[in-house]
Ligand binder design. Structure first.
Ligand SMILES: [Zn+2]
Length: 211
């Protein structure tokens, strides 16, 4: 059995990263913490922090650009649209988790979005090899759509869609990349251990009442 270690990277700057796909981590920016539904992206500054914590935004240039957008009405409009998109994406993911396909309307929405905000890739030379990476160089808030739409399109066409799952004990979604495909919890630290302890105590109680 794999030993359970404290995984320091699960939370970065107050955001949860356990999903193995950044678009699912994005879905998990609406959580239930201490039984209270919690919106982790209440304003554009929070989204800015999430984009940096997720590693989507790395360059100093883009970081300072995002900072300059904090109070722009355009940024607030973008965030409102993005949050609404996140909830439609949640519906699509919930459908996929029970073996259905996302709705035609949602596929159409993504297709239309991809035409308006096409993801751009660029070739880089790295360690003697050429790699192709997405070129994330937004000039205005709406340009951030390209990254979210591209990731969402990848998720919806994920070949191993049966590995997209919701934690058995909470609202967190993840892509199970374990070798056996038997991951059940968002994280051992958050839900797994709690559940195991509860099951153990239940068994002990049941045994005691039988004996
Ligand atoms: Zn959980």
């Amino acid at each position: 059995m794999r030993t359970v270690t404290q995984e320091p990277d699960e939370w970065v700057d107050g955001f949860l990263f356990v999903a193995n796909r950044s678009i699912l981590d994005f879905l998990n920016t609406k959580l239930v913490l201490a039984q209270v539904p919690t919106e982790l992206l209440p304003d554009f500054s929070a989204l800015e922090r999430w984009l940096i914590a997720s590693g989507i935004v790395r360059s100093a240039k883009t970081k300072s650009l995002l900072r300059s957008w904090r109070h722009l009405p355009e940024a607030a409009v973008f965030l409102k649209g993005l949050i609404a998109f996140r909830e439609r994406l949640r519906d699509a993911v919930l459908r996929m988790e029970v073996g259905l396909v996302p709705s035609d309307e949602f596929l159409q929405e993504i297709n239309t979005g991809l035409v308006q905000h096409p993801p751009v890739t660029a070739l880089h030379r790295r360690e003697g090899k050429v790699v192709r990476e997405s070129l994330f160089d937004p000039k205005r808030p709406a340009d951030l759509w390209a990254s979210f739409l591209n990731e969402a399109a990848d998720l919806l066409s994920e070949p191993e869609s049966h590995r997209i799952r919701q934690c058995e004990a909470c609202v967190v979604h993840f892509l199970d990349t374990s070798r056996k495909g038997s991951r059940r919890w968002c994280s051992m630290n958050l839900c797994g251990n709690k559940r195991k302890v509860a099951a153990y105590q239940r068994r002990k109680r049941d045994n005691a009442s039988v004996g």
